[in-house]
Design a protein around this ligand. Structure first.
Ligand SMILES: [Zn+2]
Length: 340
C-alpha cells in the first residue's frame, strides 16, 4: 500500500532536483569567477589571507596585581547587608606585559597628585568624604622601580574610568599613550567644577597633553564580547589579546579588560562595576545610597547581573574588581613581571 498521499513524494523529488540544479549553477559560476587569473580569484586569495591574519591568536600575557593606596568606607555601602564599620578598599592596578606591545597599566591608583589636587575647596570635600591613605612603599613609581621598570617603560595605560582613585598617577607617565572611552571623558568635561568633585572627577589629575596622547576605544576595531551579556568588545591591540569591554552604570561608560594569562587563565578586570567579589558571589549589590552617585542605576544593575552570571559559571574568567580586599589577598603580591 502506497503511503504517498496527494503525490507528496513527487513534489519532494521535484523540489530536490530544482535545489540541486540551483546549487550546481552556483558552483559553476563560483568556479568561473574564482578561476586562477581572474580578478575575483586574486581578491578571494587576498581576503582569505587577510582573514587568516586577523584571527585573534589570543596571545597570553603576563599579569600582576598591585595595590596603590586605599580608602575607607562602611562595608554596607559597597555591599547590601554589610556592617556599618569602616573597611579598607584597596586601589588595585593591573600590570600587564604583552610580548609585542610591552608594559601596560590598567589604571594607576592614588598618587601624591591626589593629595595636591584635594588641598583646597571644593576638591577637599572629596578627601573628607573618602579618607585616603598611600604609604611611600605603595607609590606606583616606587613599586615599578623595584621591578626594574621606569615610568618611560610603560607604553600604554588603559583607563577604566576617570574617578580620581583610578587616574591620580597618570601625570607620572609622560610618554605613555592612553586608551579610554570617549563617552566617559566627554560626560566629565561637560560638568561644572563642583559637579566634577561630586562625581569624583578631578580634572587637574590629567596630564596637560592628555587628549593628544589618548585613543578613544570607540574609534577602534571591535570584536564579539568573549562572554554573553556584554556589548561588543574593543580589540585594543589589534590581535585579540586584550579586549576592552564596556561596563556602564557606575559611570557613563567604564572600560573592563579581558585577557588570557598562562597562570590564571582568562582574567576580567571589572573596575568599579562591583566593589567586592562577595557582592557578586552572594548577589548583594551596593546599598541604595551608592546608586545616587552612579551615572545610571539600571545600567549598573544590568552590568552587575552579567558579571554575576560569570562569577557563578564554572568556566568563567577570574574576575578582579578594582577595590576588592578579598581579591587582593588572593591574587596580589605576585612578581610574574620583574625586570630587576
Ligand atoms: Zn574606584
Amino acid at each position: 500500500m502506497s503511503t504517498d498521499f496527494h503525490g507528496y513524494g513527487k513534489v519532494k523529488a521535484d523540489l530536490c532536483a530544482l535545489k540541486n540544479r540551483k546549487v550546481n549553477a552556483q558552483r559553476t559560476l563560483t568556479h568561473r569567477l574564482h578561476s586562477p587569473g581572474t580578478p575575483t580569484f586574486y581578491f578571494s586569495l587576498f581576503t582569505f589571507y587577510w582573514g587568516t591574519m586577523r584571527v585573534p591568536p589570543f596571545t597570553p600575557v603576563k599579569f600582576d596585581l598591585l595595590k596603590v593606596g586605599h580608602c575607607a568606607h562602611p562595608e554596607c555601602i559597597a555591599m547590601r547587608g554589610g556592617g556599618w564599620g569602616s573597611i579598607e578598599f584597596p586601589a588595585l592596578v593591573g600590570l600587564i606585559e604583552h610580548p609585542r606591545e610591552g608594559l601596560i597599566l590598567y589604571d594607576t591608583g592614588y598618587s601624591r597628585h591626589f593629595f595636591e589636587a584635594t588641598r583646597r575647596p571644593p576638591e577637599c570635600l572629596y578627601r573628607m568624604v573618602t579618607p585616603v591613605r598611600l604609604t611611600p612603599e605603595e607609590e606606583l613609581l616606587g613599586q615599578l622601580e623595584s621591578r626594574g621598570i621606569a615610568a618611560s617603560d610603560i607604553g600604554l595605560i588603559v583607563i577604566s574610568h576617570f574617578h580620581a582613585d583610578h587616574i591620580a598617577g597618570l601625570r607620572d607617565f609622560p610618554t605613555a599613550r592612553f586608551f579610554a572611552t570617549r563617552a566617559e571623558h566627554a560626560a566629565n568635561e561637560k560638568r561644572s567644577r563642583v559637579a566634577r568633585v561630586r562625581r569624583a572627577y578631578l580634572r587637574q589629575l590629567l596630564p596637560v597633553d592628555f587628549e593628544a596622547r589618548s585613543s578613544w576605544v570607540e574609534n577602534g576595531a571591535t570584536v564579539p564580547a568573549p562572554w554573553p551579556g556584554f556589548r561588543a568588545g574593543f580589540d585594543l591591540l589589534g590581535d585579540g589579546s586584550i579586549v576592552g569591554i564596556d561596563l556602564p552604570g557606575h559611570t557613563a561608560s567604564q572600560l573592563g579588560l579581558a585577557f588570557r594569562t598562562e597562570v590564571l587563565g582568562d582574567v576580567f578586570l571589572v573596575g568599579d562595576a562591583c566593589w567586592k567579589i562577595e557582592g557578586l558571589e552572594q548577589n548583594r549589590p551596593p546599598a541604595q545610597l551608592a546608586y545616587s552617585l552612579f551615572a545610571n542605576g539600571e545600567e549598573y544593575d544590568a552590568t552587575f547581573a552579567a558579571l554575576r552570571e560569570l562569577a557563578m559559571s564554572e568556566a568563567g574568567p577570574v574576575l578582579i574588581p578594582s577595590h576588592c580586599a578579598t581579591t587582593w589577598a588572593k591574587l596580589g603580591g605576585t612578581r610574574h613581571i620583574d625586570h630587576a
